[in-house]
Ligand binder design. Structure first.
Ligand SMILES: Cc1ncc(COP(=O)(O)O)c(C=O)c1O
Length: 334
């Protein structure tokens, strides 16, 4: 049987996330949505520099970096990347230098995650567009090696089979929490970008024998692109941990209908979702990922895709520092 102890014994891990995260009832949200039972998995409370989903992945990624003898880490993301902010924090905890290669959009200059990256001591390298990222990464690795350093490269979003182990474990953790509540959800909603979160959940849910449908809501890419990333990371993760399961397109549901014009742009539905959860449950969502995932969940319920007598799980993946980078657009928005 796949358990946390089995994985922790097999692969290097550093423990710095606050786990297990709570699985909370959201009764006032459920009532506002016509009676659905909504359970919120609070991965915004993982505790590493204001929380979020990357803490789970970074336990394994930084664990591997240390095991490889790295003395610094490099990672990549958009200006307001939560992944970069949490990588900077995890590197600081592990005594590693951290280099962040940041590409547009640079929303909220000096605010939100950009502010925190700096406070956490990361070296920020800005590039003008996403085409320049690969070159900047290669140049940085070459320069660090020439200086005698040993860099460890963490991919975008920490989404490879190492990072995805964090979400395999999240699904096992969720399995135990649902069993204690004696409930079987029909769906699980989660924001899905670089796809290690959804991919890891897929593997963990299958290993735990849970049949809920995982709906990934895309914050930017077209659904087909996210689906192929989920499949790649899920299958590579299953192989890494020695599970016989493999996944195909019919196992993966991704909806890109809540993205809006582009990654990082606010939508009216996202703002409404942020306000609704804040005012019913006192929980803050972010404007780029979890707000859009909640907008998707609300719309599925309102359209009757999810019947009103169902139980659904919403994974709150964090990202709340970005609220402050979007203050001008959020202030007073209806
Ligand atoms: C707050 C938040 N939610 C969800 C995601 C998506 O996770 P993944 O990249 O594993 O798909 C991210 C990724 O950066 C994120 O920052």
């Amino acid at each position: 049987m796949l358990t946390e102890d089995v994985l922790t014994a097999r692969f290097p891990r550093l423990r710095f996330a606050q786990l297990p995260t709570p699985l909370e009832e959201a009764p006032r949200l459920g009532a506002a949505l016509g009676g659905v039972r909504v359970l919120i998995k609070r991965d915004d409370l993982t505790g590493l520099a204001l929380g979020g989903n990357k803490a789970r992945k970074l336990e394994w990624l930084i664990g591997e970096a240390k095991a490889c003898g790295a003395d610094c880490v490099i990672t990549l993301g958009a200006g307001q990347s939560n992944h970069c902010r949490q990588t900077a924090a995890a590197a600081a905890r592990a005594g590693l230098d951290c280099y962040l290669i940041l590409s547009p959009p640079f929303h909220g200059e000096g605010q939100g995650n950009l502010l925190l990256d700096d406070l956490l001591g990361a070296t920020l390298i800005r590039v003008e567009n996403s085409d320049a990222v690969e070159r900047a990464t290669d140049d940085l690795i070459a320069r660090l090696r020439a200086e005698g350093r040993q860099p460890y490269l963490i991919p975008v979003g920490g989404s490879n089979p190492v990072g995805a182990l964090g979400y395999v474990l999240c699904a096992l953790e969720l399995h135990d929490q649902l069993a204690r509540l004696g409930t079987t959800p029909s769906h699980l909603f989660v924001a899905s970008g670089s796809a290690g979160t959804q991919g890891g959940l897929l593997v963990g849910a299958r290993a735990a024998g849970d049949g809920y449908r995982i709906v990934g809501i895309s914050p930017g890419s077209k659904a087909a692109g996210v689906i192929s990333r989920v499949l790649a990371v899920a299958n590579a993760t299953a192989e890494k941990i020695g599970l016989p399961d493999r996944f195909g397109p019919s196992d993966v549901l991704v909806d890109d209908g809540y993205t809006g014009p582009a990654y990082g742009t606010l939508t009216a539905e996202c703002i409404a979702a942020i306000r609704l959860l804040a005012r019913t449950e006192g929980i803050l969502l972010d404007p780029v990922y979890a707000g859009k995932a909640m907008a998707g969940l609300i719309d599925y319920i309102r359209r009757g895709v999810i019947p009103r007598d169902s139980t659904v799980v919403f994974i709150h993946t964090g990202g709340t520092p970005a609220l402050f980078a979007y203050a001008d657009e959020l202030r007073g928005a209806r």
